[in-house]
Design a protein around this ligand. Sequence first.
Ligand code: HEM
Length: 565
Amino acid sequence: MDLFKIFASATVLYSLYITSRLYRNYLRAKTTGFKLRIFPFEIGTPLFTVVASPFYSLITRFFPQSFARTYDLGVYGVEWRDRVAKRERETPGYIVVTPANALELFVEDGEMANAILARRREFEQDEVSRTIMNRFGEALAGSVGEGWSRQRRLIAPMLNERIMETVWSESQQQTHDMMSCFTNVEDGTTSGTVTGLRRIAFNILSTIGYGMPTEWSADVKQAGKGERMDFMEALLHLVDGLILLVVFPPWLLRQFWMPKSLRQIGEAYYQFYEHSSEMLQKERESLKSSGTIRNTFLSSLASVNDNELDPYEKEGRLNKPAFTEDQITGNLYTFTLAGYDTTANTMAYAVAMLAAYPQWQDWIIEEIDQIHKEVSDPNSYQQVLPKLERCLSLMFETLRMFTPVAHIVRECPVEKVLTSRGKTYRIPANTRCTLSLDGVGAHRDVWGDDVFEFRPSRWSVKAAKLTGSTSIAQVPKLEAAGAKESFLPWSSGPRACPGMKMAQTEFLSVIYTIFSEYRTEPALEAGESLEHGLSRVAAIVADSQPRLTLQMNRPNDLKLKWVRR
Ligand code: HEM
């Protein structure tokens, strides 16, 4: 009985505590101008993320809609669930009031998202992203404040026009190799299209990042027992195992009693450091002896000097290397992380959608055939790339529908006032702002009634022309009203993706090379009609899930037949 009383009193006290915190946060939020949602649990934490998923379908089925919706917001991948459910998005967003210290602001409107992204100093990257991105050393993608400005100034130019021709030609070569492998087998049927495209994206990073050209191959080279992994194998395990490495220490993962896949990730962690340190050593030696900077990210990182820093100059340290070994390792890793899954999955979704909707294949093939007639060299980066408007529209539409980085988070430590669509909003101090890059591309008033349809031609007059400009940090100049603000797959503002042009060049080169020679169609099962085959492919695409980026759950079920045109 006494025990019962203790338990009951504790429950009452705890409920009072939660209620008082909720009330306090409600008072903070009520005059902000945003719609409010009240929720009795702290959302967005790693704990909630882990615990919430198993109860997801139970809660959404049996609890009142507004409770279920707020719960939904805290479960990873809400943007994709909204898209599949064709849910209308909020303008500009809403605040979730929980008992936590911070308020949770969810923004789904382009104007407000852009306003936040433009004010980098006032809305810095959140702590969780920083921890993940700096796992291997302080990197551009995980730094804030002056440290970020300095890294950005030095690193962004490394992804400039100088590397684009290599990206273009290497992507062409890789694509040729992949396609000959696919079409070498009887009737050109393969379930390896997604894996094959991922391999291309990885191999391009290997060339551009480390100066290690790798031949396309359907199989991944795997180190045998007791053998040392090569650098690229180690890197591949680390990219796939990123979240595990944030949660578990690498020494634990590599224990002999762990499952093989986890052991490999733990092992890869140590081998990556070893390789990266050796490569850096070699790069520095070769720089010293030859004085030539290779056209790779590693060489640029190793050679760059931070001449502009006054304090360095005063200390007589002018021409000192700008980056420590740890910073170089961190940047090598995040460069691969940021550039791999994003570009690979964009190519995979585009090809899958072309297979499911063959009319769009006809549409881009028409453009490609026209280009072949117009240019003197059909492989020339300079001649071909600026003409690929429809192919670029295909990329934009794929990114709008299958946004790889569904949201980004910024912190607001001090109260700010912003306007959106003529209305003023107050963002209280200590608010976490989750900006839905996917949501801004799903507003009916901007995109029209077919907002949830895949229609690349909506971009045809809007598609940015890649003019060979060296400016890489610009969002494409989209002419249609509102489209620029409502298309943020690469984010916007000072932190916008510096790899945008590289991703575009790679995507365009791969799509152009494939569809210059081939077409694809669903590999039909016995007795299956074409119509059924097409909708089966569309269903495989719809069965996706955001992991690090959005990915298909059953990529190997995407059985495609490749035929020479
Ligand atoms: C379709 C392909 C890609 C998409 C959709 C994409 C998207 C993004 C997004 C949303 C951000 C976050 C920006 C922010 O915090 O405001 C980002 C940052 C970044 N991306 Fe990309 N990205 C792509 C390809 C690439 C490639 C190919 C590279 C380089 C190899 C790259 C390198 C980076 C880096 C270094 C950052 C950190 C920038 C900073 O914090 O200043 N990305 N990207």
